[in-house]
Design a binder for this molecule. Structure first.
Ligand SMILES: NC(=O)c1ccc[n+]([C@@H]2O[C@H](COP(=O)([O-])OP(=O)(O)OC[C@H]3O[C@@H](n4cnc5c(N)ncnc54)[C@H](OP(=O)(O)O)[C@@H]3O)[C@@H](O)[C@H]2O)c1
Length: 319
């Protein structure tokens, strides 16, 4: 465990001219991480990616007051579609020669069943896994450039659920078949495939100076329950106020933002795969180890290449 006071002391000077891309930076953990990055970096350039222009405008104004040398740009995009991810990455690549920090936290909390996008992927699975891996692979060239520049910082963080990996249905990784999709299989697949894909990318010698972080943020006080609606949303809001926050089971977004800036910049996460728990600890290895022993890393990578091959060409993934 790493205490928040230790983290606060260590992130006070992140260095000059860093470029940070925050996919899901218009709210919650992504917003809080972008804010702490802006607060502690010198003349950073920041890209917030999300759908809400109103939220982004508010943050652009606020960030200027936190750090007048910071430049914050907004890319409005529904990133559940991989073709939109490609457009966003094109826009960033046209403006920047390097990216230092890529924080991936776009996501939703819904009880909905499979909800297929025009690209043939489930929307939630896309937001939590496919879209994030598309950002990763498309921006890797700019992160590789960074790892040899000053300061030599190149880091990718996916904020999801390290340590909560579960068994994969390897015959149906995108959970298309009737009966395959449930809240728990969708969570297992997104979490396990993230760890396995990051492991695969981290092992590539071309990425040897890039840190791949899969984080479990634990309970964080954000507005993620807004899509639940109905009784569930109300119950969680009351439980949050009366139980989860007072007992410390949920931390405020600022602390989570500070913790993610720390994993995004501390040299101990500088290369390889890091699966990090809510308090900066190493996430449990057991299930992840079992998945690797079964050869699921190669299976998942093959599947991702197949999906990118079909969807990347403007097509639809049909299993
Ligand atoms: N909060 C927690 O306690 C907790 C715990 C464990 C794991 N997590 C995971 O952490 C991640 C972030 O959670 P959070 O609490 O920060 O959630 P949040 O406050 O709801 O923020 C989610 C972000 O995702 C963006 N987003 C959602 N759908 C999008 C779409 N189709 N296209 C583009 N952007 C989209 C939202 O931006 P727009 O609204 O502007 O589109 C927003 O910036 C999620 O994956 C969640 O599962 C959270």
């Amino acid at each position: 465990m790493v205490s928040i006071s230790e983290i606060r002391n260590s992130i006070t000077n992140l260095g000059p001219n860093l470029v940070g891309v925050f996919v899901g930076g218009t709210s919650g953990i992504g917003e809080a991480t972008a804010r702490e990055f802006v607060r502690h970096a010198q003349a950073p350039r920041v890209y917030l990616i999300g759908r809400s222009r109103e939220q982004a405008d508010r943050l652009i104004t606020e960030f200027k007051t936190l750090n007048e040398e910071a430049q914050t740009h907004f890319i409005q995009s529904d990133v559940s579609l991989l073709r939109n991810v490609d457009e966003a990455c094109k826009e960033i690549s046209a403006k920047e020669e390097k990216v230092n920090l890529l924080v991936l936290s776009a996501g939703v909390l819904t009880m909905k069943g499979r909800d297929e996008t025009p690209e043939g992927l489930d929307k939630k699975l896309s937001l939590h896994y496919y879209s994030r891996m598309r950002f990763t692979t498309k921006l890797l060239p700019l992160l590789r450039t960074t790892s040899t520049s000053q300061p030599p910082l190149a880091r990718i963080i996916s904020v999801l659920g390290a340590g909560h990996e579960g068994a994969l249905d390897v015959s149906d990784l995108s959970l298309r078949n009737p009966g395959s999709y449930s809240l728990s299989t969708a969570a297992n697949h997104a979490i396990s495939m993230t760890s396995l894909t990051f492991q695969h990318l981290a092992a590539d010698p071309a990425n040897k100076n890039i840190g791949f972080v899969h984080s479990d943020p634990g309970g964080v006080d954000t507005n993620i329950v807004r899509n639940l609606g109905g009784v569930m949303q109300k119950v969680l809001a009351v439980a949050g106020k009366l139980i989860l926050k007072p007992t410390g089971l949920v931390v405020d977004a600022k602390e989570s933002g500070e913790r993610h800036v720390w994993t995004g910049t501390d040299e101990r996460f500088g290369s390889g795969l890091h699966r990090v728990g809510p308090k900066g600890e190493k996430a449990g290895e057991k299930v992840f180890g079992q998945l690797r022993e079964k050869g699921d890393e190669e299976r998942v990578w093959g599947h991702l290449e197949e999906v990118f091959g079909k969807v990347g060409g403007g097509g639809k993934f049909e299993g």
